[in-house]
Write a protein that binds this ligand. Structure first.
Ligand SMILES: [Zn+2]
Length: 81
């Protein structure tokens, strides 16, 4: 019952969250977008990940682009520019 009492801890297992990277897979219905190297906080114990709002917005933009192109399968690396 300690939800959000300590944001540096994983709410699932209580493990420590460490800065890392994750891979997001977004299903578009007709296709798939895989976004690699997404900056995230990753739980060292269970591997659950969290991404910032800023990063989420960035991802949303990429997904929107792929949607327009009607890509069937795209793998994008999200590198900080
Ligand atoms: Zn965890």
């Amino acid at each position: 019952m300690n939800i959000n009492s300590d944001i540096s801890r994983c709410p699932l297992c209580g493990g420590e969250k460490a800065p890392g990277k994750t891979t997001l897979t977004v299903e578009l219905g007709y296709g798939l977008v895989v976004i690699r190297d997404v900056p995230a906080k990753v739980c060292v114990l269970c591997g659950a990940d969290w991404i910032d709002d800023v990063v989420a917005a960035e991802v949303e933009k990429i997904v929107e682009e792929s949607r327009k192109k009607q890509t069937q399968m795209e793998v994008i690396s999200l590198k900080a520019s």
